[in-house]
Structures are given as structure tokens and as C-alpha cells.
Design a protein around this ligand. Sequence first.
Ligand code: NDP
Length: 485
Amino acid sequence: MTHPAQPKASHFINGQYVEDTGGAEIPVIYAATGERIATVHAATPAIVEQALASAKAAQKEWAKMTGTERGRILRRAADIIRDRNHELSVLETYDTGKPLQETLVADATSGADALEYFGGLAASLTGEHIPMGEDWVYTVREPLGVCVGIGAWNYPTQIACWKGAPALACGNAMVFKPSETTPLCALKVAEILVEAGLPAGLYNVIQGMGEVGGALVSDPRVDKVSLTGSVPTGKKVYAAAAADMKHVTMELGGKSPMIVFEDADIDNAVGGAINGNFYSSGQVCSNGTRVFVHKDIKEKFLTRLAERTANAKLGDPMDENVNFGPMVTENQMNIVLGYIEKGKAEGARLVCGGQRADMDGYFIEPTIFADVKDEMVIAREEIFGPVMAVLDFEDEDEVIARANDTEFGLSAGVFTKDLSRAHRVIGALEAGSCFINSYNDAPVEAPFGGVKASGVGRENSKEAIQHYSQVKSVYVRMGDVEAAF
Ligand code: NDP
């Protein structure tokens, strides 16, 4: 019998599902059991061509519609997503292995928020009038054209919407390539957009590995590329896009600091560290994986952290009491286990976890290392799994310098009751998305993205509009033209 997660076909192009079994087979494995639940095929050159041609053909008419009309369709899609939240959350759990307890509140709902927010903004995208004496300049905010979105595997529904919603609101078309690891959810987003009234060709989803992404990025019809992925992939994609001067948004990895001062509320800081390391089993780019704790409260913090981490409930992700799921793939599990072994070998103190869980699926126990030193590999490299590194510090300037001593700059957090210190420290941290007495909130209203190697551009909020549109300026002369001859 066909598994309920099996999509109707591999791709969604020009308003409908399309199959081409000529492309390499991509098995979809449910991370909680290791069982194959679906199969899709990578896009052949013919599929890539169909997707780009339909996007190109549909975009101009879409851009001519009013913002109100475009926005209405996006908001309708948001409503459909909310109505079907349960079904979509189950699919997200099949795609990623993340527990239903999380996916019910963080994935389809976050996608719906993006569609609702950018749907609401669409009608307000205007230019400005600049008086120049009796002459004037006016500006027009125009779409870029055809945008390519390339997703990572940790938030397949959310990433498909975070890129699609602002692109469509601004009058662009999109071709989206999900990660080959999680190909299912974006197809549903495409299907729902069409059901909401999106004209055919404006949001296409095609499957494939890096080569398909590469073919999209280098096609001359493409005007913009938005990638969520690792820094090495980001560098390749940015370079390929630069060859044709394409616009880019790069949402890449991190090794973000979370700093807990001696006056912090310990339980809130522990809660922040748990959210910033163990949500989605640690597979979150903005995670605060270097937890700097003032040495005066270090043991108290670690004791409370270990007590609360013991409440993690590993198990069947479809059971809503389970709050901790498996790694997305066997390969990712092995990468993370490799880092845990490095941490042990480098002499960090294992406070809890530290191994694969004794059960089916790709589960790793939530793992905490204390006494971590800045130069250890587990404090320098992005692990993308449930591995928290706790480091000690004594002084504000020292911890700021150490927190900034990394190529990454996605996020940063500070826990303290001292208001001036909170703002002073956040002001000195080199990161794009920051938190005070909280960690990992990502509402659509707030800009999201990194500095340094963690990225270029911002997703969400009004900022995203700048990255999916461009400004035309028009000088209007009322009098005669003066010329030298
Ligand atoms: P990868 O960088 O491996 O892949 C990201 C996407 O790019 C995938 O769809 C991949 O395809 C595709 N791709 C790979 N090579 C190319 C290429 N040469 N040209 C075009 N596309 C290409 O990341 P992961 O999927 O492994 O995701 C984990 C990473 O994503 C982590 O490093 C994490 O930090 C980052 N991330 C960043 C976020 C942010 O917003 N800043 C959010 C979530 C994750 P395929 O995998 O199918 O081969």
C-alpha cells in the first residue's frame, strides 16, 4: 500500500504535479524508523526547463496585478494552511522526523504567518515622490523577475514559505528546490497556493541534489537566488550567482554565543539554552551552541540544566507527548556522533547524554559538555545536532571578544537583569539576529539573517521586501532642457 506521505508526483510545475522518472531516484526515509516512506525523482534537464519557462512566462502578468489582488491570494493560502495544520504537520514530521508536538506549532503555522504578513504588505509596496523645485523624481518598486529558492532540510515548509511569500508579494515568480533529504512539504505549499488562486507557473517546486540547484542558479532567466544552507554551499552559490550579477539572499550556518551573566534568572537562562540547543534536536541554524556562563553561577546553572534536560522525552515523533526527535538522516546522526567523540577526546566534561539513544531511528541523546575551551572543535564548528558546549567566563569584555572570535555571525543572546549591560553587550556582538533574556524567537515581523560568513540579506519583516524588489527612479523635468550645445 502506498504510504500517505507519498506525493502525487515529484515536481509541481505550471499549476500541476509533473512526473519524470528519468531523473535519479530520491528515497524519502522516515528518520524515526529508518523506513522508506516515499520516493521522488530528481529533475531532469527537461523538468528544469519546464519550471523556468513557466515561471518566466507567468511573472509579467502577475506583476501587473494590484498588490491587493496578489496579497489576497497569499492570505487565502495562509488560511488554507491553518485549516490543514494537522495534516501538514504530520507531513512535516514524516519529512524531517521532528516531533509533532513541535511541528504543530512551528512549521505550517510559521509558513502561514509569512503568507499572511507578506500578503498584507503587498498592497503597501509603493515608491516615493522626491520634490526637486518645479521638477520631481518618483520611484517605482519593481519585482526582480524569476527568483530561485533553495532550501535546507530542517524546516522544509517554513523555508518554502519564507522565500515564496515575499517573492510573490513583490510580483516575482519562484522556482523552489527543496533539500533532497526533505522533498515533500514544499509540494504541498505549491498545491495550496494554486488552490488559493495563484495563477499557474508562479510557484514551481522541482526536486534534486546540488546539480539541480546549480543548474537553476546559473540559468540566465533567473534574477535572484535565495539559499538556506551551509556556509560552503553558500560560497559556491553566491559565486555562481555573481557571474551574472544576480541578487542573492544567503541564510547560512552559525556557532552562536549565548551569554549568561551572574545576575541572570537561572531558570530562564536554562530555558533559553534548552530552546537554543535542543529544539528540533539541535538542527537549527541560529542555535546558541556556545553557552558562556559566568563562573560564579556555573555549577548552579549546570545542575538545573541537567535536571531539566532529563525531562526530554525521546520516542515516536507522532506521539504528542514526545518532545525530542531523531536526527534527520543516518548521515547527520553519524556526523553529530563524530563531534561528540571529538568533545570527549578533547577533554570536555560530559554532563549528560553523549551517545546514540538505544532505540530505532536516528536518535541522539541531548548532550551537554561543560568546561569547554574556545579552541576545541566542538566550540568552533557548527555541529547541527543536540550538542551544547558550556564555557566559563569572568568578565564582560573578555566574553564579548571570545563570543565574536568566530567566522560566523548569525545570532547571539544575553541573559542578565542589568538593562544597560544587556543592550551594551548586544551592541558589541557581531550577529544579525539577537535576543535579550530569550533565545530563538523568529516571528515573521522581525528581520532574520546573519553577518560575517553567516549570510547576506534578511528574511522576514519589511526588510525582506528590499531583497525581492528593486527601485526604479524617474526624473521628471517640467521646463526646457538646457544643453551645452
Ligand atoms: P547544504 O548547504 O548542504 O544544502 C543546502 C541546499 O543547497 C540543499 O538544497 C542542497 O541540495 C543545495 N545545494 C548543494 N550544493 C549546491 C550547489 N552547488 N548549487 C546549488 N544548490 C546546492 O545544507 P543542508 O541542507 O545540509 O542544511 C544544513 C545547513 O543549513 C546548516 O549548515 C545550517 O546552518 C544551514 N541552515 C541555515 C539557516 C539559516 O536561515 N541561516 C536555516 C537552516 C539551516 P541537496 O542537499 O539536495 O544536495
